[in-house]
Design a protein around this ligand. Structure first.
Ligand SMILES: [Zn+2]
Length: 127
């Protein structure tokens, strides 16, 4: 017998895990330093007026504010891997992939069940 989990997505605005039908995606250009660097797909609750309103101004990369969480860094770095506008050299892509894996290890270390707790990184903010 096969049990399948219902498809859920995490809202990028409120952070809640929601059923597939209650999540929509807004695709916006990703602009870093005034230059378009690709696209970002922002998931939001399509039944929550606050999420619907906030998604219009939301970006994974907030210029000037210096807010960077591990989750956001992983999202941006994963976007860099698939965007030819951001990444030109194969070595850069490998370095980014390694950085993504390192951040995932740090994120796992902060789960309640992990015996090792790694500290906040320089430049990182907590949600
Ligand atoms: Zn939401």
């Amino acid at each position: 017998m096969v049990f399948t989990k219902p498809l859920t997505w995490k809202c990028h605005i409120c952070g809640e895990l929601r059923p597939d039908a209650n999540i929509s995606v807004l695709t916006k250009p990703l602009v870093i330093g005034g230059r378009p660097c690709g696209q970002q797909n922002i998931r939001y609750c399509n039944d929550n007026p606050q999420c619907i309103k906030a998604v219009r101004d939301y970006s994974f990369f907030k210029e000037g504010k210096r807010l960077m969480t591990i989750d956001k860094a992983i999202e941006i770095l994963e976007l860099c891997v698939v965007s030819p506008f951001v990444i030109a050299k194969p070595d850069t892509k490998d370095a980014i992939k390694l950085g993504i894996e390192a951040l995932k290890i740090i994120r796992r270390s902060r789960q309640p069940e992990s015996p090792i707790k790694l500290a906040t990184l320089p430049g990182e903010t907590r949600e």
